[in-house]
Every structure is written in structure tokens, then in C-alpha cells.
Design a protein around this ligand. Sequence first.
Ligand code: COA
Length: 379
Amino acid sequence: MIGIDAISLYTPRYMLKLEELAKSRGIDPAKYTVGLGQFAMSIMPPAEDIVTMAASAALPLIKDRKPPSLLLFATESGVDHSKAAGIWVHKLLNLPSSCRVLEIKQACYSATGALQLAIPYVKANPTEEVLIIASDNARYGIGTAGEPTQGCGAAAFIVKANPHLIAIEEGSGLFTDHVMDFWRPNHLDTALVDGKYSARIYLTALEACWKEYAAKTGRSFEDHARFCYHLPFSKMAEKAHERLSKHANTHDLVAHSLLYTKEIGNSYSASLYFGLASLLENDKEDLSNKRIGLFSYGSGCVAEFFSGIVQPSYRKTLRQDAHQTLFSARKEISCPEYEAYFRECGNQNKEEFDPSECQTGAFRLAGIQKYIRDYQPLA
Ligand code: COA
């Protein structure tokens, strides 16, 4: 039995309410809150990026446990074409030099790809543990249609034998196809997206994955106690769930997985794992020994439907107090303040960068000189 032992989430200290964004854009707020199902989005300040978020998410997980022998960093917001972002995290967390580090990319699917590759690794090395960190900054651009579906965050999780949280089952359904629904050319710091086309492909991929998963495992919809979907915005998961269930009144099976994303926004590769943590930390029902269906979608595209069995000890490893304190302590900022941070973060790939004063988590991007990024722990 191999799976996820614990999950830790991190998101930056600033947020913008979507009502405020709607007012500034002259749009009915209900379009965002009802049409997209989103209430707020976390805003990246200039002294944070995918590395600081990843290290802050992973820090509580690596305390009091043996160090991982493999660190897989899943992202589509890479800060270097060559050097893996995980190397900086490896340094910030003082991981041993014997720990292998790799960056994995396939849009929002990458963390699930990392998980599926970690499982046979642990099978072959049953006493070893893998640290997977998904960390992303969803940037579409000021005034674009994608603007209300931005957000940022990191999810770190440990994959090991005899996990305390959820054991991943064998048998999944996959769907890969060359589609241009969402992409980010190397020189751009914002994504290009055909959002409506992407939503259609997401649903096509879901149906194909489910068909293969059901044929391989012999399971039906009713064999799953809850479902978690990739969350570009929460309404997308509701549409996906409607498509899969073909039943009315199954909203309860997905509702708790949406709570964190409604407040954080899209976190790309991390979003499915924000959904899983949100479900396990907020659903009052005891989910021990229950099966969760998980759907991961990464534009471009690769998608996978897979499943896991919640472990009897799962509640002991949850971090809901830390997560909810972190989310509710975020500072609400105005639309002009968000725009200023957005523009400043656009300079994080310049030769020289000196971030303005802002709050961070346990680590900060202290600056960039001659294209060399300097990260520091908070004193
Ligand atoms: N009150 C309530 N609902 C409203 C509304 C109002 N005043 N005005 C619009 N809506 C609804 C629309 O009916 C629509 O719902 P539906 O899709 O169920 O019909 C929803 O709000 C969005 O409106 P729409 O006009 O489709 O929005 P848009 O063209 O501005 O863009 C996205 C929405 C999601 C396509 C856009 O934000 C986007 O591209 N985001 C990126 C998401 C993505 O593709 N990520 C990567 C793939 S996973």
C-alpha cells in the first residue's frame, strides 16, 4: 500500500476579493461569485515566487521525519529553463545531498504525474520517502477574461509505503492529446488561454479517462464516496461532476473539495491537492476506508482519473488549523494594490530585481543580481 502520508498547503499573505475586482472592471460581481464560483484570489507579492511558496509549504512536513530521497517539483511557472526550482528548495530546507531533485512539467497535470511516478519508486525502495511539491502562480493578465481565475499557492505532500492519509489504488484512466487550449511561450510571464475551448476539452478528457478507469477497475460512480477535480475555478468542477454523475443531487460529494479554491483561486498544478486537502479537512463525515475519485487535468493536454482509499488514521495527519489560520490571516488589498504587485512580479525574471517591502511566509526572494536569485529564510 503506497500513497500520500500528509499534505501541507501554503499561499501568500495577500488576497483580492473578486467583488472588488468586478467593481473595478465594471462587471456584475455575480458573474464571478455565481458564474465562476470564486470569491477571492491570493495575490503574489514581489518577494515571493514558486520557490518561496514551495519551501514554505514543505517546511512543516519535513520536521521530525526521515529526509526524502527524491524531491519532485511540479510547476508550470518555472523560474529557470535549466535549473530545477527544487534545488533552491533543497537548499532552503537543508535536505541531504543524497536527495535527487527534478522539476516536472505538464501544465496542471504535473503533480499527479509526479505522484504516479513516485509510487513505483517507493515500491522499488519501500523504506524511502518522496517529497512532491506543486507550486504555481496563475497569471493571465490585467483586464483579460482569465483575470478572475488567477491565484497562487503550493501543495507539498509525502509519498510513502503505509501512508496515513490516502492510499492510491492501482488502475487509472488516461487521456493525452495535442490541443492548444492553454500555453505559455518561453518569453511570456502570462498564460495564453482559449478558456471556453479548454473547458470543453477538460470535459472530453474526463469522459475518456472515466471510461478507461471504469473498464479497468470495474467500478461505477456509486463505488466512490467523494470526488475531487482539477480546479481552474470551482464552477468547472461542478460542471465536471454533473457530467460524470449524470444524476441530480450529488453536489455533496464534491462541495467540500471546493472550499479552499473559492478563496485562493487557481493554483494550477497544486489545485487538485488543495481540493483533496479541502475535502478531508472540512467534510464532517468520517471518510475512513472510503474511496475518493480524483481527476487531474493539464492543458495541452494530459488527464488522468484515479482513486485512493482514505486511511483510518487520516484525521491525525491533517493540518486544517494551520491552513485555515493562514488563509484567514491574509491581508485584503485593493484592486490598484493588486495591479501594482502584479506588475512588479512581472520583473522577477529581469537581470536585476529588488522587491519592494512586503510580507512573506517562512522564506523570501531577497533579490536578483546578474540573473542570480537570492532566497533567504525570514530572520
Ligand atoms: N450572474 C451570474 N452568472 C453570470 C453572470 C451574471 N451576471 N454573467 C455571466 N455569468 C456566467 C456565465 O453564464 C458563465 O457560466 P456558464 O459557463 O455556466 O454559462 C460564467 O458566468 C462565465 O461567463 P463567461 O461569459 O463564459 O465568462 P468569460 O468569457 O469572461 O470567461 C472563463 C470565463 C472561465 C472562460 C475565463 O475566465 C478563462 O478563460 N479562464 C481561464 C480558465 C482556464 O481555461 N484555465 C486552464 C484550463 S484548466
